[in-house]
Design a protein around this ligand. Structure first.
Ligand code: E4P
Length: 214
C-alpha cells in the first residue's frame, strides 16, 4: 500500500516529504479552507513539492461545472488528479474526463456498489471514507475489503485510496484489506513512526555502550 498525506498544509507536506514515504497528496475543500493561501497557490506549492499525484476537488455540483473545473485544475500541473463527488452528475463528469485522459478520484464513497459504478464510469481512483463510516457505528474497513475483492475478481483497473483514516490501526487494517493507497493525516503518520520499545531499545543500546567504554 502506498502512503499519501491527507492535508493541504504546506508545512506538513514539506516536513513529511523529507522521510521519503510520501507518494502523493489528497486535499479536499475543508482542508483547503483551513489554510490562509488562495486554493490555486496552495495547489501550485504542493505540486512543486511532490512528484506523485496531487488530488484537488471540484466544488460544482452539476456535470458541466465539474468538467469545466477539472479542465482548469489540470492546467496547474500534470500531477493533478481531480476529485469528483460520488453523485450521478459526478459519474457523468468522470465518463467525460476519462475520455479526455484526465485522471479522477471519486470521493465520498461509502459502499462497494458506489465504488463499482465509479470504476466502471472510468475513475482512476475511488476513495472509500473509513472514519466517517465508523463514526456512525458501522465498519469502514469492511467496505475497503469488499471493494478490493470485487476489483480483484473482475479485473477492474481502478485503485482504492482508503480515506478518512483516523488512527494507526486503521492504516494496518486497510493495508491488509487490500487498499492500494492509504491517505493519512500528518498526526497519524507521526503516531505510526513511534513505538515505546524503540525508544527503550535505543536508550539501552546507548547506556550499554557507555558502560563498556573504559
Ligand atoms: C481524503 O481524500 C478525504 O477527503 C479525507 O480523508 C476525509 O477525511 P475526514 O473524514 O477525516 O474529513
Amino acid at each position: 500500500m502506498l502512503v499519501f498525506i491527507d492535508t493541504a498544509n504546506i508545512d506538513e507536506i514539506k516536513a513529511s516529504c523529507q522521510y521519503g514515504y510520501v507518494a502523493g497528496v489528497t486535499t479536499n475543500p475543508s482542508l483547503i479552507a483551513k489554510e490562509k493561501l488562495p486554493p490555486d497557490e496552495i495547489l501550485n506549492q504542493i505540486c512543486a513539492l511532490v512528484d506523485g499525484p496531487v488530488n484537488a476537488e471540484v466544488l460544482a455540483e452539476d456535470t458541466a461545472g465539474m468538467v469545466a473545473e477539472a479542465r482548469e485544475l489540470v492546467k496547474i500541473s500534470p500531477n493533478i488528479v481531480v476529485k469528483i463527488p460520488m453523485t450521478g452528475s459526478g459519474l457523468k463528469a468522470v465518463a467525460i474526463l476519462d475520455k479526455e485522459g484526465i485522471k479522477t478520484n471519486v470521493t465520498l464513497i461509502f459502499s462497494a456498489n458506489q465504488a463499482l459504478l465509479a470504476a466502471r464510469s472510468g475513475a482512476t481512483y475511488v476513495s472509500p471514507f473509513i472514519g466517517r463510516v465508523d463514526d456512525i457505528g458501522y465498519d469502514g474497513v469492511v467496505i475497503v475489503s469488499q471493494i478490493a475483492q470485487i476489483f480483484d475478481l473482475h479485473n477492474i483497473n481502478c485503485q482504492i485510496i482508503a480515506a478518512s483514516i483516523r488512527h494507526p490501526r486503521h492504516v494496518t487494517e486497510v493495508a491488509l484489506a487490500g487498499a492500494d493507497i492509504g491517505t493519512i493525516p500528518f498526526k497519524v503518520l507521526d503516531k505510526m513512526k513511534a513505538h515505546p520499545l524503540t525508544d527503550i531499545g535505543i536508550e539501552r543500546f546507548l547506556s550499554d555502550w557507555q558502560k563498556s567504554i573504559k
